[in-house]
Design a protein around this ligand. Structure first.
Ligand code: CA
Ligand code: CA
Length: 270
């Protein structure tokens, strides 16, 4: 009886351990970039398009607030909110002022689509200043010092995107706008510099490298991705499953990376 119990206990421990290992091995990290779709909208000049003018800006001044909107292309992503375990949006802070210690900035889900070359404070929104869902948001502190990455936890926003968010857009703003004169706080983030572009990092229970979605990342996936890139074969599902080096792009470098991993003991998929 005693031994039987031990055997059963051991079996349970082994099964649970196995499940834990499988869960760990399935975790994947996907990187999305906005593909140049981000723009400041400024209440001071409500009909002016500020794309690329010194990056993207958040500022608070009385009746002259600035916000920015950013969009990520998640085409090819499987609309399965349950698969997302963590999502963070990263921006590179390169200038700011008129505050001490840190400046809190909020992020919300955008509820209207926009084009960065035409968007202004007034256009194309239903409400001036951009249409967004204020029910789910998050805050982060931007430090007084410049030249650093700042991240916002957007897990809940992303998990809800299929219900109420259009095209996975985000809006950033000061939580308490209309700072009285003379000068309110402001921060700028890079939107164009290649080594510090905004990006969205999503951690998921999907397996990185498993482009054909059979539960394993192996040589069949190397062939699958190569066929997709070179011969018009089916797209990986999700497409980012094929971005095994996590540089936000799916190309031949991923084919080589995965082949090296399987055949030559190279680094595993990210
Ligand atoms: Ca596979
Ligand atoms: Ca890649």
């Amino acid at each position: 009886m005693c031994c039987a119990r031990r055997v059963i206990s051991l079996a349970i421990v082994l099964i649970l351990s196995g499940l834990f290992i499988i869960q760990l091995s399935l975790a994947a990290r996907y990187i999305f970039r906005p593909e140049d779709n981000s723009v400041s909208i400024d209440q001071r000049d409500p009909n002016v398009n500020f794309v690329y003018e010194g990056g993207i800006l958040v500022a608070s001044e009385q009746n002259e607030n600035a916000r920015f909107v950013i969009h990520f292309d998640l085409d090819g992503w499987v609309p399965d909110a349950d698969s997302i375990t963590q999502a963070d949006l990263y921006l590179y802070h390169y200038r700011g002022g008129n505050y001490t210690d840190s400046y809190t900035i909020d992020v919300y889900s955008l509820t209207s689509a926009f084009n960065e070359s035409t968007a202004t404070w007034n256009f194309p929104w239903t409400a001036p200043g951009g249409d967004y869902d204020s029910s789910i948001g998050n805050s982060a502190g931007v430090p007084e010092e410049w030249d650093n990455w700042v991240s916002w936890d957007v897990t809940e926003i992303l998990k809800n995107r299929w219900g109420n968010v259009v095209n996975c857009g985000f809006l950033f703003k000061d939580p308490v706008e209309d700072t009285p004169p003379p000068d309110g706080p402001y921060v700028r983030f890079h939107s164009q510099r290649k080594d510090s572009l905004p990006y969205l990092e999503v951690k998921s229970t999907y397996l990185s490298g498993d482009a054909n979605r059979d539960g394993q990342a192996d040589l069949a996936d190397v062939i699958y991705i190569a066929n997709y890139l070179l011969k018009g074969g089916s797209s990986p599902v999700p497409r980012q499953a094929a971005d095994v080096n996590c540089d936000a792009y799916v190309n031949l470098s991923d084919v080589i990376y995965l082949a090296n991993y399987k055949l030559k003991g190279g680094d595993p998929p990210c």
